[in-house]
Write a protein that binds this ligand. Structure first.
Ligand code: ATP
Length: 254
């Protein structure tokens, strides 16, 4: 189980994540939601220990992650929001490099990489340089790299970004199957329809603070609202989108 206890992150004294506590459990998909700039990626980066916390504790399976950071990172797979890849490498070269960094046995890793590239429809392009890959192809490489070592904790920051419909459907199902196999899955997304379909629980942030941590079903009945979109709008959207759009259209015509 992943547990955040009163976690905060300040940038130049300004809170980006403010006193956030929640759990993501094995066997469950936890959706991490919030408007732009609400602190989702900052939280993910603290969970991956890419950035330091200003305050609070992060535990995995009951142990603070800092106690054995190397051991913790071996059990974690992370798809970052930004596709940082070595673009001069080919897809297969990049994944082989990741496998080496993960200390996977060479034969096992090449078989696994070949299989993943086939399943992700990237096999024919495996020897082409990543610099020539489309956004969706790069995203698939990031997903493969994150899952190559069969992590227990799967952290996905906007993993559907750039994926076509068919690939998104595969990823949706994959996320559910990873959880069904006992992994802890935390994923952030703006695609509320997808989140609603595949998440057991949702955690919603607004301006860095936690405003909901519950099952969607319970939130629906508690708030007497029909959809996750309606719940999200009530908890985390302040503006009137139609009025805002009208003002924008007026502005460019003025
Ligand atoms: N390195 C940084 N230095 C200063 N401020 C930062 C830094 N990283 C993030 N922030 C600020 O922290 C806040 C939260 O940003 P974050 O990227 O976590 O939001 P998010 O919820 O992931 O947004 P989005 O949905 O747009 O990806 C924002 O106000 C952002 O400007």
């Amino acid at each position: 189980m992943l547990e955040l206890r009163r976690v905060s992150k300040h940038f130049a004294g300004i809170p980006a994540v403010d006193d956030v506590s929640f759990c993501a459990r094995p066997g469950e998909v936890t959706g991490y939601l919030g408007p732009n700039g609400s602190g989702k990626s900052t939280t993910m980066k603290m969970i991956t220990a890419l950035i330091e916390r200003t305050a609070g504790h992060i535990l995995f399976d009951g142990k603070p992650i800092d106690d054995d950071l190397i051991g913790y990172k071996r059990r974690m797979g992370y798809v970052p929001e930004e596709p940082h890849l070595y673009v001069h490498l080919s897809g297969v070269e990049y994944l082989l490099m990741v496998a080496q960094l993960r200390d996977l046995p060479p034969r096992q890793s090449s078989e696994r990489i070949d299989g993943m590239l086939r399943l992700l429809s990237l096999y024919d392009d495996r020897h082409a340089s990543i610099s020539g890959y489309s956004k969706g192809m790069r995203q698939k490489i990031l997903i493969a790299a994150a899952l190559l070592h069969n992590p227990d904790l799967v952290l996905l920051d906007e993993p559907f970004s750039g994926l076509d419909v068919a690939s998104a459907l595969v990823l949706r199902s994959l996320i559910q199957q990873l959880a069904a196999r006992g992994k802890t899955v935390l994923f952030s997304s703006h695609e509320l329809d997808t989140v609603e379909r595949i998440s057991n629980r949702v955690v919603i942030l607004h301006r860095g603070r936690l405003v909901a941590d519950d099952s969607i079903e319970h939130l629906r009945s508690l708030m007497e609202l029909p959809t996750l979109e309606a719940i999200f709008s009530q908890l985390a959207v302040e503006q009137d989108s139609t009025a805002l759009a009208r003002n924008f259209a007026d502005l460019i015509e003025a």
